[in-house]
Write a protein that binds this ligand. Structure first.
Ligand code: FES
Ligand code: FES
Length: 153
């Protein structure tokens, strides 16, 4: 069985897998105990499983474990803590930008990725950046408000 080592939320992590194409999501949620990323569609179409790979928003359900080797992976757990949330997490709380919360991981990760590229996005840029993240509860208006709030610092 092959072993793959990468940085996970600032620490070294190693996982083993028989299959180099095994989706990283399974190992994150299983062996590595990271429950921020969610299994939604499993097909790269909903965004619920998003993580940051070297700072880039990435769908972990369609990201093979072998490609994680040597990379820096950040999950929702690595952004902040309940006591010291990341500014995007704090903004989502302030705007109450969740209903069931299933999409929230992907929305927050994609927003962090957006703000790293574009510090002060327009409303249209926020909507465009999150267009591929599905929310079945209709929370989009609050989510866009939360990202704008986070961008204001
Ligand atoms: S679970 Fe990965 S994009 Fe839907
Ligand atoms: S808050 Fe339920 S899917 Fe978005």
């Amino acid at each position: 069985m092959a072993a793959y080592t990468f940085r996970l939320n600032g620490r070294s992590a190693t996982v083993e897998s028989w299959d180099p194409d095994q989706p990283l999501l399974y190992l994150l949620r299983g062996a590595l105990g990271q429950h921020g990323p969610k299994f939604g569609c499993g097909l790269g179409q909903c965004g619920a499983c998003a993580i940051l790979v070297d700072g880039q928003t990435t769908r972990s359900c369609s990201f093979p474990v072998s490609r994680a080797a040597g990379k820096s992976i950040t999950t929702l757990e690595g952004l902040g803590t309940p006591e010291r949330p990341h500014r995007v997490q704090a903004a989502f709380i302030a705007e109450q930008a969740a209903q069931c919360g299933y999409c929230t991981n992907g929305m927050i990760i994609a927003s962090v990725g957006l703000l790293a590229r574009t510090a002060k996005p327009t409303s249209d840029q926020i909507k465009q950046a999150l267009a591929g993240n599905l929310c079945r509860c209709g929370t989009h208006t609050r989510i866009v408000r939360a990202v704008a709030r986070a961008a204001q610092g």
